[in-house]
Write a protein that binds this ligand. Structure first.
Ligand code: LLP
Length: 424
């Protein structure tokens, strides 16, 4: 995390003091490093510089307009999973011809919107969906380019909630049935099958599963070509893991080394959908200590950020690193604590049984590796306004999303007259 380091005893994001940002913006808040985002994107891009490729950033990991535009300026596109994500991409100025549309449950309106915008292709997850896209494309009067998402039955060896390439998963179509799906696609008048898609899971920390899936996908492309389907794009999805704690995931170059040999004779454009590996370690969430409390069993440190602000620990028992913003705090005696939020749920914690230096009211903490699936999974649960997002660039910073207000919490709500008793 070279962009988040102590300088003069205070944690900095690039050249900006995290403690000063917390004073100015209040807490909790998200802080991203421009340099980290750019360098992570470039490392991935350069790993595949020898082959035609398109990096479609998985915007479910971080969908702030500024960040989407940044990757677009670097030549990237987007992996989207909803009409709302497409809208964000369009608003950010990302060219639609660099957008791929995934997800098991695309509605007719979303399909029509994507066709009107001219997305590069749909990743199709079922035969029902394939036939429906054909129907909507006929109505809209624009053919739909598609890739069938095949499920290669590979164990990604990651958390079950984020494994997607096993047979028991709701995602994709059994790879053994790919030929018949493409035969069906070829018969549909408004469908152009130009690609093949596969994604096996997220936070994958070894190359083996990627190489195994790539081999199966490449074999499948060869078979489809023998059947005269013009497959020009192979989309291998995302999923490359990052270091949250002590994981040692492959670098993008090692990942490229594991999969490129499988594709070298195919002459396809490779499409990637990385999310976490680009945004995860480019962001932190900053929170302030409110109170401490102890019972016979446990010591709790209560902070002003909760599961509504960052849900990964509560939802997946995920580990997020915790660093005091003032370096001097590190030298206090260490205690095992639960770091818990203000939300009224027992599952509302950011760290459990964690050895941390003794914390006092008003201490600031950085929750590390929060740039992916942090803000995008934040909610208003307990009517808590969502935190602001700040993008740091050298010694400057920009508020790329303001803190929500109480007014934002009730936007769109109204009380009907049959409750208030008012007439007219
Ligand atoms: N492509 C597809 C089809 C996906 O389903 C996903 C993630 C990605 C790409 C991006 O995966 P990445 O490169 O970020 O691993 N909320 C969870 C992660 C859910 C991942 C869902 N799909 C978490 O916080 O760990």
């Amino acid at each position: 995390m070279g962009q988040f380091e102590y300088k003069n005893g205070v944690l900095h994001a690039e050249g900006v003091s995290v403690s000063q940002l917390a004073e100015e913006m209040s807490t909790p808040l998200y802080i991203y490093s421009h340099e980290a985002l750019v360098s992570h994107f470039r490392a991935f891009d350069e790993a595949f510089s020898g082959v035609p490729h398109l990096i479609c950033f998985a915007m479910k990991s971080n969908s702030n307009l500024a960040i989407l535009r940044l990757f677009s300026e670097l030549g990237g596109g987007l992996d989207i999973v909803s009409g709302g994500e497409l809208f964000r991409g369009v608003e950010a100025g990302v060219p639609a011809e660099r957008v791929v549309f995934a997800g098991v449950g695309k509605s007719d309106d979303e399909i029509a919107y994507a066709l009107e915008q001219g997305v590069l292709m749909f990743n199709v997850e079922s035969e029902d969906e394939l036939r429906n896209i054909d129907r909507v494309a006929g109505r809209v009067g624009k053919p739909a380019s598609i890739a069938v998402r095949v499920n290669p039955d590979v164990d990604p060896k990651t958390h079950p909630y984020i494994s997607t390439g096993l047979k028991k998963s709701k995602f994709g179509i059994d790879i053994a049935r790919a030929r018949e799906q493409y035969r069906t696609a070829a018969e549909l008048p408004n469908i152009r099958a130009i690609g093949l898609h596969c994604h096996i899971g997220s936070q994958i920390t070894e190359t083996g599963p990627f190489a195994e899936a790539a081999g199966k996908v490449a074999d499948c492309v060869r078979v489809l070509r023998e059947d005269s389907h013009d497959i020009r794009y192979v989309n291998v999805g995302g999923g490359l893991g990052i270091t949250y704690h002590d994981e040692a995931p492959p670098t993008p170059a090692e990942y490229a080394g594991a999969i490129l040999p499988q594709f070298k004779d195919l002459g396809c454009t490779l499409v990637f959908e990385p999310g976490r590996v680009i945004s995860g370690n480019a962001g932190i969430m900053v929170t302030r200590v409110l109170y401490g409390k102890e019972n016979e069993e446990k010591r709790f440190v209560i902070i002003d950020a909760g599961m509504n602000d960052l849900i990964r620990p509560a939802l997946y028992q995920a580990y997020q690193g915790v660093l005091p913003v003032e370096e001097a705090v590190q030298s206090r005696p260490r205690r095992k604590v639960d770091l818990v939020g203000p939300v009224c749920e027992s599952g509302d914690y950011l760290a459990q049984d964690r050895e941390l230096p003794e914390l006092q009211r008003n201490d600031l903490l950085a929750i590390m590796s929060s740039g992916a699936y942090g803000f995008t999974m934040a909610s208003n649960y307990n009517s808590r306004p969502r935190p602001p997002e700040i993008l740091v660039h050298g010694s400057e910073y920009h508020v790329i999303r303001e803190r929500e207000s109480y007014g934002d919490l009730i936007r769109g709500e109204s009380i009907p007259a049959f409750i208030t008793g008012e007439s007219g």
